[in-house]
Design a protein around this ligand. Structure first.
Ligand SMILES: C[S@@+](CC[C@H](N)C(=O)[O-])C[C@H]1O[C@@H](n2cnc3c(N)ncnc32)[C@H](O)[C@@H]1O
Length: 311
């Protein structure tokens, strides 16, 4: 009997161990400094880049199914957002600011395929270093360490401002919008994608949903999620926006990314294993959060918001 139960006992112990690590190592938001440290660590251990590639954002699956490769879906996401937001109408040489640029995945596409002159900023010094390593000299792309809530650019410096999945890390969404729209020239284009919650004031979360939201906030350094409508209204009421803000929920296009990001580890096991045994533990540690994200986006507790407006 004991021999029969032993593997089960081991499995429970392993699961408990994972839960303890998960709680102890929660990456709670305290300040933008904690966001910087988290992304520095994610960049230095190379795991995120090996699994997610150079784009730290979800993919776009045109038919809403996992019909294209995860990495191709990410590239497609960038092209879709460019088209949807009208950035493709800008002439070559236009100045673009990529706010929360990660290791430069979007910036390089904006520069290479559309001929733009791109400045990417992120709070993480390690990401800037890696973005520079990944960017060939001939591309018009430069990267700087900067806080999105305190942009060191003159008013109206850019023809377009682009930001993908960075806003959820900002503790002051109004200031985030203010800074982006301040640096956008009148008539310029704002293109934004972000993780939002549903409208929690109108549809309050259940006890279980509150627990899920707490985990999603605390595991990946998010101070707060707000709804697509709330952020749309923040943009709309900004003195530097034209007032016409269009937003959409792209859950159905992006949801397959969650399972795909786990399957990616199975498709390319060597990507993890070659980084050593700790990499395996670290990647397993992210699985519960990815599964919770998947659940929350599928149930509509979380929403993938895209926004466009003119300066
Ligand atoms: C999920 S990643 C997205 C990266 C990139 N946009 C991409 O799609 O590959 C979030 C990014 O936002 C950046 N970020 C978060 N808070 C920031 C802040 N206060 N100022 C500047 N960048 C910030 C992070 O450093 C990281 O690069």
């Amino acid at each position: 009997m004991f021999e029969l139960l032993f593997p089960f006992f081991l499995l429970v112990l392993f699961f408990l161990f994972l839960c303890i690590i998960w709680r102890i190592n929660a990456r709670k938001y305290i300040s933008s400094g904690t966001v910087a440290s988290a992304y520095d660590a994610w960049t230095q251990d190379k795991l995120l880049e090996r699994l997610w590639g150079e784009h730290i954002h979800l993919g776009f699956y045109p038919s809403g199914g996992g019909d294209i490769d995860f990495r191709k879906a990410k590239v497609q996401f960038v092209h879709e957002l460019i088209k949807w937001s009208g950035l493709d109408k800008l002439p070559k040489g236009s100045r673009i600011l990529d706010v929360g640029c990660g290791i430069g995945g979007s910036s390089r596409i904006l520069a290479e395929y559309y001929g733009f002159n791109v400045t990417g900023i992120t709070i993480s010094p390690s990401q800037v270093k890696r973005a520079r390593e990944l960017t060939p000299n001939w591309l018009n792309c430069n990267f700087q360490v900067m806080d999105a809530l305190d942009l060191k650019f003159e008013d109206g410096s850019f023809d377009a401002v682009w930001s993908v999945e960075a806003g959820a890390h900002m503790n002051d969404k109004t200031r985030f919008a203010d800074e982006m729209l301040r640096t956008l020239r009148p008539g310029g284009y704002l293109a934004l994608a972000d993780w939002n919650s549903r409208d929690l004031k109108t549809y309050p979360p259940s006890f279980f949903e509150k627990l899920v939201l707490k985990q999603l906030l605390e595991q990946w350094v998010h101070p707060q999620f707000i709804s697509i409508n709330e952020f749309g209204n923040i943009l709309r009421s900004n003195k530097n926006s034209s007032g016409t803000v269009i937003s959409e929920n792209w859950n159905s296009y992006t949801n397959p990314s969650w399972y795909d990001s786990i399957i990616e580890g199975i498709r390319r096991p060597f990507a993890i294993l070659s980084l050593g045994p700790f990499a395996l533990v670290k990647s397993i540690r992210e699985i519960p959060t990815i599964l919770l994200m998947n659940w929350a986006f599928r149930k509509g507790l979380m929403e993938f918001g895209v926004y466009k407006c003119r300066g």
